[in-house]
Structures are given as C-alpha cells and as structure tokens.
Design a protein around this ligand. Structure first.
Ligand SMILES: Nc1ncnc2c1ncn2[C@@H]1O[C@H](COP(=O)(O)OP(=O)(O)OP(=O)(O)O)[C@@H](O)[C@H]1O
Length: 317
C-alpha cells in the first residue's frame, strides 16, 4: 500500500507536484496516468526517497522510505532501464545488487528465470535491446521479493510483443497480492493494463477511481440507432426528452439505454436495423478530465488524433 498526503514538490518556479493525495492498494495494478510533464516521475522519485517533498508525505506500508528497515525487500522499482554498467553481464549486475543488499545469491537465478533472461544472463547488458533491458530492470526490482512495485513508463519504446509481456507480468504480480503502481502517458495502454487509476495533470490529482468508473463517469455513453422509420422514431424519442444527434442516416441517443430504446421502437412500430451502445473511451475521458490542466496541449491532441485515426479503443478486458 502506498499513501500520499498533500505531496508537493517545487523546483524553483515550477510546481511539479501540487498537494497530491492518493492511495495505491495491494492486489491491483494501479495506473498513474498523466500527460508528459504532469509530475509522475517526480512523484515516483519521492515515493522512493530519491527526492524530498517540499511538503506533504508519502508512505509505503505506513512508513517513509527512509525509515524502511530493508528497503529492497519492501519496495522494488524500475525507473530507468538503461541504468546498468554496459560491460557487466546481466547476472553480474544482479549479483552485485544482491550482495550489496544482503540478498542470497540464489535469488539472482530465480529472478533471471522469472523475467525470461536465463539464456542471456552471461551477456553484457550494454548489448541488450530495450525490451531485454526492461526485463533486467524488472528482475532487479524483484530481487528482494518486495510487496510493492513501481514502474515508470515501462512500455515506452517497446514493440507489441514486449508491451504484451509487461502487461501480463504486471497482472501476475498483482494477482500474487503485490501493490503494482505503473506510470504512463499512454491512455489506451493504461485502459488495458490498469484496474485502478490515479490521474494527474499539472501536478494535481484529477481522479482516483477504477478504470471502468473513470471512463463511465467521464464520458457520456450513447446508443447508435438506425431504422427505416427513423423520423417516427426520432419524434417518439424526442417526446421523452433524451438528447438526439443525427449521424449520417443514424441517430445517436444519449440519456436512454439500448433496452429502453428497443422497447420504445417496438411500441412505435419502428423496425431497427442497428441498436448499438457506444462506450466512451479512455482517451475521451482523459481529454475531458485533464482539460486545461495538461502542460503540452499539442502532445495530447496529436496523440488523441492518432488514436482516433486507428479506430475507437474502448476498455476491453
Ligand atoms: N530536477 C528538476 N528540476 C527542475 N524541474 C524539474 C525537475 N524534475 C522535473 N521538473 C519539472 O517538473 C514537472 C514534472 O516533471 P515530471 O518529470 O515529474 O513529469 P512526468 O509526468 O513524469 O512527465 P514525463 O512523462 O515527461 O517524464 C515538469 O515541468 C518538469 O520540467
């Protein structure tokens, strides 16, 4: 469990993290979502005692990082996957970490196996691909078998196979009862990876909720209807006071669910050629909620445009 209370970090004039309070529960994958520059990395560094808050506190299982007796056995983190001596083998890197943290040497081969690096354990980490470096970073985070894990943008730059591996791995860690806190600016990725969300913009908390509720609350769910008797249906629907929008030979209805529309159509004698609920997407929710709190509008707009161009991506589980 991670708990932040009024967490604030100021760098000169920049308020990187602004009075942030949230909690991250065990047994779930919690996404830490926000546009670039929102303050995610700064927050994670404060959780790990690498940065001192200007004010406020953040505790791991009730303790500040610096008060943990055995930090590596309590919390593991992947912040920068390239933080490895390039001429050191994966095994030597982990063995060095294990030695300096009084972790039994046998644990090194265990974690290499868990992340699927056993076959390349003797190779220099400098020659690793980004995906392999990420796995090595995750192996390092797991060395002390910690209950709390933090991952900062772990899928950045990975190919689809690497992304899928990380996603499944996070779910597995959460199923083992661990606290998994993973940051990302990738909205569609978080919809697939995270069960809970902590959403921030410009250092401030925007929402803390389940991914599903976040989408449901932030976006209006609508139903798309097509019928050869569209005019009759439009009039009947109009009399109920719901909101209607014409969309190229179809009607988009908000404020009434598909079952009710189907029943109304039957009473009206309208044949239905389409009755399809449209789910709000995480991107829409994110755009609505972060609104003017995003630091770089162009980034988010470009990303949203790209996502829309590749088709609507609702929450699929
Ligand atoms: N050491 C620092 N000195 C000065 N400003 C900093 C420092 N670290 C971060 N900032 C500023 O604090 C704000 C939050 O940065 P942070 O890196 O935490 O955001 P982020 O959400 O992790 O974004 P990104 O995904 O782009 O890393 C930014 O405006 C950034 O420029």
């Amino acid at each position: 469990m991670i708990e932040a209370q009024g967490l604030t970090k100021r760098y000169g004039k920049t308020l990187a993290v602004d009075d942030l309070s949230f909690s991250v529960k065990a047994g779930r994958v919690t996404g830490f979502l926000g546009p670039n520059g929102a303050g995610k990395s700064t927050t994670m560094r404060m959780v790990l005692g690498l940065d001192t808050p200007t004010s406020g506190t953040v505790r791991i299982d009730g303790k500040r990082y610096r008060d943990l007796k055995d930090p590596l056995r309590t919390v593991g983190a992947l912040l920068d996957a390239k933080w490895v001596h390039p001429n050191r083998s994966a095994r030597a890197h982990l063995a060095w970490m294990a030695r300096s943290n009084r972790i039994p040497a046998a644990r090194v081969d265990e974690v290499l196996d868990v992340v699927g690096l056993t076959a390349v354990a003797g190779k220099n980490a400098g020659g690793f691909s980004l995906g392999m470096s990420q796995r090595l970073g995750i192996a390092a985070a797991l060395l002390g078998d910690p209950q709390v894990l933090l991952f900062d943008e772990p899928v950045n730059g990975l190919d689809p196979e690497g992304i899928l591996w990380i996603r499944r791995f996070m779910h597995r860690l959460a199923e083992e009862g661990r606290t998994v806190f993973v940051s990302s600016h990738l909205l569609s990725e978080m919809a697939l990876t995270a069960q809970e969300l902590v959403v921030i913009g410009r250092g401030k908390l925007i929402a803390q909720t389940s991914t599903e509720d976040f989408v449901a609350q932030a976006t209006e769910n609508t139903v798309r209807v097509r019928s050869p008797q569209l005019d009759e249906l439009r009039s009947a629907l109009g009399r109920t006071g719901v909101h209607l929008k014409d969309d190229g030979g179809a009607l988009v209805v908000s404020g009434m669910d598909a079952a009710e529309i189907g029943e109304l159509a039957a009473r009206t004698g309208a044949v239905l050629h389409e009755l399809s609920p449209q789910r709000g997407s995480l991107e829409e929710a994110f755009m609505q909620l972060t609104g003017d709190s995003v630091e770089y509008h162009t980034d988010v707009a470009a990303e949203a445009a790209q996502l829309l161009a590749t088709g609507p991506q609702g929450v699929t589980r």
